[in-house]
Design a protein around this ligand. Structure first.
Ligand code: PHE
Ligand code: NA
Length: 455
């Protein structure tokens, strides 16, 4: 195992925050959050999402980081170490396997969407956004979706980029990228928000996001909100566990997790506040327009903004980088699994998983054109099915298992030791939530959600 080496790379204080933020902030915030919020009626969905983050996401994240730091290894090995220490059944190692599968499946479609952002980098740089209106922005996006060879080309480019960076061992670059480029992305989002407020219908956008109507609450919305809380925090699949293993003992897990959670939530809300004012001010663009929402609305803003070509290019580049730092963490559990269990070289493990993800990703590419109306997978097309299986099934179940393990089966002593920096009240409040509230809520929402979807 290359633990010593990896610890040399990741061992600095504050690095966990950077790595976890790099993993958390990504397409989930800027692409997915606005579009599923738009499809699910706005305010009520946002409220359910925020509740899921607070009552389930953050407490489970503390549990996941704790398991990783206690196990000091990759997810599967970490779970083995922790279950051995607490004398519990090795059956809990399924948590690690779940994670390997979920990471791989998410990667397969994540790289296709990241490919879209790459294509938009080049379009922006060519001045392709200038003078776009609702109609033409929609047409441009639809043309991209219909162009299978372009989609595959960009998907391939993004995966190659990711693997090359990993293979050439510049993981250190990740730290710099996150330290410098994430704040830049944040600032750019604020600029975008300001400009969207100025040219768009800010009041309509904000009230869509934050005004709560009881009638908009729905079971399906709730189960999507729950799934998205896990997805956006990179939770329930071992990515955060892997990074937790590099967290020094002198940092407080609860404080650190809160920081990552707040940052991630802010980025999502700001992205929403930048996108919806434009949506409401543009003829022919609707909140429920689906997965193209950001790719249709933001180019319109850049198209009319002073220096829009530069801002637009930079913005889509930074979103691609945010996707890249998430992709690395999607690969991590599977790569660690192959290297530790089957003695793969890190390079070949990365290549193998990326190639398989590429292959499966072709199905996602097809889901946006030829197969878009397919109902082959439980009534869904392949992309929607993979999204459903990962965000609505694997991540929540993985997270609930972690909560149940930590809350009920882990020995008190190692648990206390990992949280010795927290106050007594913080510990007991967290412990109650992780023991009773989070697992029960996940289970209830999960079962009701399945019922609502298929019954
Ligand atoms: N959290 C990432 C995002 O919001 C996606 C992700 C999920 C990354 C699971 C790693 C693991 O874009
Ligand atoms: Na996120």
């Amino acid at each position: 195992m290359k633990r010593a080496q990896k610890h040399a790379i990741w061992g600095r204080r504050g690095t966990f925050i950077l790595a976890a933020t790099g993993s958390a902030v990504g397409l989930g915030n800027i692409w997915k959050f606005p579009y599923i919020t738009g499809e699910n009626g706005g305010g009520a969905f946002v409220l359910m999402y925020l509740l899921c983050i607070c009552l389930i996401g953050l407490p489970v994240m503390v549990a996941e980081v704790l398991l990783g730091r206690r196990g000091r290894a990759s997810p599967i090995t970490a779970m083995q170490a922790v279950t051995r220490e607490s004398g519990s059944s090795p059956g809990w190692n399924v948590i690690g396997l779940f994670g390997v599968l979920a990471g791989f499946l998410i990667l397969s479609y994540y790289s296709v969407i990241a490919g879209w952002t790459l294509e938009y980098v080049t379009t922006a740089a060519r001045g392709g956004f200038v003078g776009l209106d609702g109609e033409s922005a929609k047409q441009a996006f639809d043309a991209l979706l219909a162009n299978k060879s372009a989609l595959v080309q960009w998907q391939t480019a993004f995966l190659c980029m990711t693997v090359l960076v990993i293979v050439f061992g510049v993981t250190r670059g990740l730290e710099t990228a996150v330290r410098v480029l994430m704040p830049l992305l944040f600032v750019l989002l604020l600029v975008l928000l300001g400009y969207a407020a100025y040219v768009g219908d800010f009041a309509a956008g904000a009230s869509f996001l934050f005004s709560f109507k009881f009638a908009d609450l729905s079971l399906e919305g709730l189960s999507l909100a729950l799934g998205h809380a896990f997805f956006t925090l990179s939770l329930g699949m071992g990515a955060i566990m892997a990074y937790g293993s590099y967290m020094p003992h002198k940092s407080s897990i609860v404080k650190t997790v809160m920081m990552v959670g707040v940052l991630d939530t802010l980025v999502a809300l700001i992205a929403g506040l930048a996108i919806f004012p434009i949506v409401f001010a543009t003829n022919g663009v609707e909140p429920g327009d689906g997965s193209g929402l950001m790719f249709i609305s933001l180019p319109i803003v850049f198209g009319s903004m002073p220096f829009g070509t530069i801002f637009g290019t930079l913005f889509f580049l930074l979103v691609t980088l945010a996707a890249w730092s998430s992709t690395i963490s999607l690969l991590e559990p599977a790569v660690a699994y192959l290297t530790e269990r089957f003695r793969f070289h890190r390079v070949s493990a990365n290549l193998l998983i990326a190639s398989l993800a590429w292959l499966l990703g072709l199905g996602t590419v097809m889901s946006f054109n030829d197969w878009s109306d397919s109902t082959y997978f439980l009534g869904m097309n392949l992309f929607n099915f993979i999204d459903f299986i990962t965000a609505s099934v694997l991540l929540p179940l993985g997270g609930a298992l972690m909560a149940v393990y930590v809350g009920w089966f882990m020995k008190r002593r190692p648990l206390r030791r990992e949280l010795k920096l927290e106050s007594r009240e913080t510990f007991s409040r967290w412990f109650t939530i992780v023991r009773y509230v989070s697992p029960v809520l996940v289970l209830v929402v999960f079962i009701m959600g399945l019922y609502g979807k298929f019954a």
